[in-house]
Structures are given as structure tokens and as C-alpha cells.
Design a protein around this ligand. Structure first.
Ligand SMILES: *Cc1c(COP(=O)(O)O)cnc(C)c1O
Length: 479
């Protein structure tokens, strides 16, 4: 037996690499990272390819080891140079992106020390660090001391946590679901609908409240719908407002909705996954009026705090409501409560064992300080307005509503072709070019091209290049 153990130990020790091996790997990864980042200025925001990364299959899992250099080469070719490049300043299509470098170091540290950040007893320092970040965000939103929150993997899970908390807080049981009513605008993010289904609430009524001319939820129609539903014996319980719709960047009227929610005693959730961190910009403050009245708020540090993917946030004004929905004590966890000076992430989220996400958020915020984040967000607002004004003044173009945040919509109106099909060709031509990546959307049957400015690497240079590309492509397509 002992011999067998020793034999196995010899092989299993391969998993604990010594320093010289680690140094070698670190150097190779560092070299890869530097090449990747230094090339960003000249590389594409969108790569079209026939292969679409298929050769990654050549590196399927095997009994024998493979050299790191082989893996990194394949990563560059089959992963980095296909599809959208969200690290690029030219990525102005979908909302998330960026990926601050210190976050990579944070992930590295968190993976090396591998603290068990879900439970205070196990990792008091790590839990304190995450709760400190939560408190910073609660304060930013104007939340009281009784608030809390959780770092989730993204905004979708944060929205799910909010809906489940509201369901539990209203004590809704299966027999009530058919009567429950949820209110949202037609422009609410689809993760809300997904969360409703996952939360078991498919049978609930979903009221899509029509939009005003700025594509914001219409408050009067909201209150009318609630009153009507109550009169019909239904149970209105949840209102979702978007602080920045993903599609057009419209901000639902937060304070008036908060007042309606409070008057009719509904749960008020603000999905600020895209727009929340614009609170850092002083000029935007008034638009946030009333957000502190929301029962829950979704933020997405992997969007407007420029973190790499995998960090969202749910904030809850009353921590008891999160505990009610998620606290669960297993017998084998009985050692853990005694020492709890701080709320544990596991007590207020669906997760138990989890990534120590706080490290990837704390490191950049501390290494840079908040100032450059504030400046970068304000820069994005101005860049969007700059683009909007320029394209509005260019002959032949039509624009969407004045941008409230950093999303603008435009389309070209050709003199002798159908506008929808022309703009479809235009977006395809821009994407094929790839230097800048944009996406499109349809609002009330009209095909629009959207520009979403959310990457920290997007500056005036990329906006001007975008204007140049749009004009070039319109000319090509017109001839
Ligand atoms: C992106 C987004 C979400 C979903 O967040 P993920 O982090 O992608 O899961 C939800 N709501 C809004 C408004 C968003 O922009």
C-alpha cells in the first residue's frame, strides 16, 4: 500500500508546479498578454472567418500534457481572432466589454490564494472585502445602512435574485402565480423575462407598459394598469424600471415610478446593469433621483466599471429580504454561524462555493482610484453626443432620440431604396470591415444601427474612424 501511495504521489506531485516551471509559464503568459494588448490599436473589433475557431478541437483533452506555447498559439488564432473583440476600443456594438488589466491580476491572486469567499467563517477577510465593495455601491446609490448586496456573475443573475426575493417577500405560492402581475417596459432587458420563467412565474401576467416618445416607460399608463389589475382581483407585485435600456439607452422615469410602487405597495426593481455607474458622473445625478427608494438595484461592474466578464451586482435596500429568500443552514455548516460578524455571500445568494470576485474589482478601483473611472464614463457620454451631433448633421442620415447615456441610434435614408434593407446592408458592410463593430436593432418596425460607447479604450480617435467608415460604406452602397 505504502509503495502504491508513493508511486501515485510521484505523479500527483506534477500538479504542484515548482517555481522554475511557474516562472516559465508566467513569462509565456505575460508575453501573450502584452502582445494581445499592444496589438489592440491596430487589430480588428470584429473578425469574420470561415473556420470560426474550429481548430481548437485539435486540442481536445488527452492523457498526456501539451506545451503552453502550443496552447497560447491556438488561443490567439482560434479564440482571439474570431468573432467580436470586446477588449477593443472599436467595439461599439453590444454593451459589455473592456477588461481592465488589474482585474486579470486580481483573478490571478484570487485563483492562487483560492479563499473560500462565500462564507465569513472560512474567509473573513475576503468576505469583508466583498462587503466593503457592496457598501461602496450601496452608498453610491443612496441606500441606507440596512442595505446589502451580492457580487453575482452578471446582471442576469442579479435580476433573477431580485425577482426571487420579491416573490418570497410577497409570500407568493404556486396557487397565487396565476394572479401575480409584473410590470415592465417593452424595452426591458430580456433577462427579466428569462428570470420570471426561471423563478417559476411563467403563469404570472406580464404587462408591457407602452413607451413615451423617448422610448421610456410611460408612468401614467403604468398606474392605470396597476389600478385596473387590482380591481380585477389580481396581485400586482413587481415593477421593473430600466436605468438605461440596452437597446437605446433610455432611462425610465425613476422617481415617479418609485412613488407609484410605494403608493400601491409593489416591489420596485431598477435594472441599472448598463447605466448604474454613470452615477459617478456629477452631471447625471439628477436622473438617479428616487433610485434610493428602489427595493433592489442591479448593477454590472463588467459593463460600466470596465471589468472583465463575470461580475454583476444585486443591491437590496432591506437585507432581511435577501436573507428570507436565500438563507439556508445545512447541518454540516453549523460551525459557521458563531463567528459571523459580517453577512456571508452564501446566505444571500444561490451560490455556496464561488469565485472570489471581489479581488478583480477591488484591485483596479484601488490601483487607479475612482477619478479615472469617473472621467472615462463622462468621456463616453460626450463621445456619444459628439457622434450623434456629427451624424445628425451629415446629409441623408436620420437619428434616434437624443442619447441620455452612451447609446445612439442612426440610419441612412437612401433616395431610391428601401431604408430598412439599405441599413441592413450598411451594418453588414461595417461588420465585414471589422475595424469598428456596431450592431443593429428594430424599434417599432424601423431598422436602426446602434452605437454603444462603453469600452474604456474607446476615445475620440475611434469615434472619428467610425464616422469615416460609415460615410465610406454609404458611398459604396449607394453606387
Ligand atoms: C446587460 C444587461 C443585462 C444582463 O446582464 P448580463 O451581465 O449580461 O447577464 C440586464 N439588464 C440590462 C439593462 C443590461 O444592459
Amino acid at each position: 500500500m505504502i509503495n502504491k501511495i508513493k508511486e501515485l504521489e510521484k505523479i500527483s506531485r506534477l500538479l504542484d508546479s515548482g517555481q522554475s516551471q511557474r516562472d516559465k509559464w508566467n513569462a509565456e503568459v505575460l508575453d501573450y498578454s502584452n502582445t494581445f494588448i499592444n496589438k489592440l490599436d491596430s487589430s480588428k473589433a470584429y473578425f469574420t472567418s470561415e473556420e470560426n475557431g474550429k481548430d481548437i478541437y485539435d486540442l481536445d483533452i488527452t492523457e498526456q500534457p501539451t506545451e503552453l506555447s502550443t496552447l497560447l498559439e491556438s488561443t490567439s488564432k482560434n479564440i482571439d481572432e474570431v468573432g467580436i473583440n470586446p477588449a477593443s476600443g472599436g467595439h461599439m456594438g453590444y454593451i459589455p466589454g473592456g477588461g481592465l488589466y488589474p482585474s486579470a491580476l486580481g483573478d490571478y491572486i484570487a485563483a492562487v490564494n483560492n479563499r473560500y469567499a462565500g462564507v465569513f467563517f472560512a474567509a473573513p477577510g475576503a468576505v469583508r472585502l466583498e462587503n466593503m465593495l457592496i457598501r461602496w455601491m450601496c452608498k453610491l446609490m443612496g441606500y441606507p445602512e440596512t442595505s446589502t448586496g451580492n457580487l453575482t456573475s452578471g446582471g442576469s443573475i442579479a435580476n433573477l435574485v431580485a425577482i426571487v426575493s420579491a416573490r418570497e417577500s410577497f409570500n407568493l405560492k404556486a396557487r397565487d402565480f396565476e394572479k401575480a402581475v409584473i410590470y415592465l417596459s417593452e424595452q426591458a432587458h430580456h433577462s427579466i423575462q428569462k428570470a420570471i420563467r426561471i423563478a417559476g412565474l411563467s403563469e404570472a401576467h406580464i404587462r408591457y407598459i407602452p413607451l413615451d416618445e423617448g422610448l421610456r416607460l410611460s408612468v401614467n399608463l403604468l398606474e392605470k394598469a396597476i389600478i385596473e389589475d387590482k380591481e380585477n382581483g389580481l396581485i400586482p407585485f413587481f415593477i421593473n424600471a430600466s436605468f438605461g435600456t440596452t437597446n437605446t439607452g433610455a432611462i425610465d422615469p425613476i422617481n415617479p415610478i418609485a412613488e407609484i410602487a410605494s403608493k400601491h405597495k409593489l416591489w420596485f426593481h431598477v435594472d441599472a446593469a448598463y447605466g448604474g455607474f454613470f452615477k459617478l458622473v456629477a452631471e447625471m445625478s439628477s436622473k438617479f433621483k428616487g433610485i434610493e427608494k428602489a427595493d433592489s438595484i442591479t448593477l454590472d461592474p463588467h459593463k460600466t466599471l470596465f471589468l472583465p466578464f463575470g461580475t454583476g451586482t444585486i443591491l437590496m435596500k432591506d437585507k432581511e429580504k435577501l436573507l428570507k429568500a436565500y438563507h439556508f443552514l445545512a447541518d454540516y455548516m453549523q460551525d459557521t454561524i458563531e463567528a459571523d460578524e459580517e453577512i456571508s455571500p452564501a446566505d444571500i445568494s444561490p451560490e455556496l462555493t464561488k469565485h472570489f470576485r471581489g479581488m478583480r474589482m477591488w484591485l483596479p478601483l484601488k490601483l487607479y482610484g475612482v477619478k479615472p473611472f469617473r472621467a472615462s464614463l463622462e468621456e463616453k457620454l460626450y463621445l456619444t453626443r459628439h457622434f450623434y451631433n456629427e451624424i445628425k448633421q451629415t446629409k441623408g442620415f436620420e437619428v434616434g432620440p437624443e442619447p441620455e447615456l452612451s447609446v445612439a441610434m442612426f440610419r441612412y435614408i437612401p433616395s431610391n431604396q428601401d431604408a430598412n434593407s439599405f441599413n441592413k446592408k450598411l451594418i453588414q458592410a461595417i461588420q465585414k470591415d471589422g475595424r469598428i463593430f456596431l450592431s443593429s436593432t428594430t424599434v417599432n418596425g424601423v431598422f436602426w444601427i446602434r452605437v454603444a460607447v462603453v469600452i474604456f479604450r474607446t476615445h475620440l480617435e475611434q469615434m472619428d474612424l467610425l464616422l469615416k467608415i460609415i460615410n465610406e460604406k454609404v458611398e459604396e452602397l449607394s453606387n
